[in-house]
Design a protein around this ligand. Sequence first.
Ligand SMILES: [Zn+2]
Length: 413
Amino acid sequence: MNLQIDSQRLDSELQELAAFSETPSPAITRIVFSEQDVAARAWLKQKCASAGLSIREDAAGNTFARWQGTDANSASVGTGSHIDAIPNAGRFDGTVGVLGGLEAIRALQASGFAPKRSIELILFTSEEPTRFGIGCLGSRLLSGVLKPERAKTFKDREGNSLEDLRRSAGFTGDLDRVKLHPGRYSAFVELHIEQGPRLEAQNQEIGIVTSIAAPAGLRVSITGSGGHAGAVLMRERKDAFVGAAEMAIAVEAAALRTGSADSVATTGICSVFPGAVNSVPSHVKLEIDVRDSDLARRDAMVTVITEECKAIAGRRHLEVDLETVNSDAPAACDPAIVSLITNACQQLGLTHTKMVSRAYHDSLFMSHIAPTSMIFIPCHLGISHRPDEFASLRDITNGVTVLAHTLAALASQ
Ligand SMILES: [Zn+2]
């Protein structure tokens, strides 16, 4: 199949989408259900409608743009990603999979290809955890991993509920109806920038994802006793921050001890109360992210971290409360899709390598309801979630070409 990807159109659409941002270029900030997010969604739906796709939105704001296949009764083939962006992010994370998916569909349409299975481009709501403290909100609901009853309790930092926010963004249905039936999709493939340095360093044009590492998130609340930084003597102290610091060191040690490069653990948030230079910290909240491609090893790390936190609190006479925010299973990608992507790379003469996705994506949750894989493209120096995030147009075009061939093969089955 000889496909013509319109790189210039894709490039200008990536730039147009980047203009929907709360921060000036090149920094992108697009928080779910914000004015900019809603405007960007409207812009994107217009593009999909112009390509002849029919659009459906669910109560969570997940958006499905469908190219009807000749066999309306068979399960569809899905592709897509997200357009929300954390504060001061770059313009390629997620957007390459959404606009690239649209461009792949347009290229297939232009070639005269008629899909047997319908092909659906999915825009997932809130892949980033910025607003509600949990990532992949839309795909968690679609897959049933997140129960609607729990989602209905979510609030942002200002105390606005998810229920109110989604309704004011125009998504008025019932969250109970968001979950998809397994069998709705015969396959799901997500195109994404690698967000790591490996493909570029190894001079590979395409990464074919064979498994997706999964995060566990812990919230640790530590309570000691405060007081005047001059008046409370060292021996009398129950300093919540010093205990928290020791816990952060234990988090690092837990990941180092497994001996596997796939084990990572991060204490990314530390809020100290009251946060005054002349006051002994009485209360600290830590947020910890633990990941591995192996579920047993990941869970073992979580157990070690939990025990260490309790032991440190015990020694220091602090109170500690640990809450698991999420604990997701890693996903193994579908071998049949992996080999279709590999075939596409071989036919196109693109260098490629199999790899683990160390970041998680909506694909992690789609894998619960459909055979899934991902196509990665190089990301300059592995920089992501920063304004200087960069993927070259050549690499993006290669990724879209591989995606289009893969979708064509999947939609013909
Ligand atoms: Zn992403």
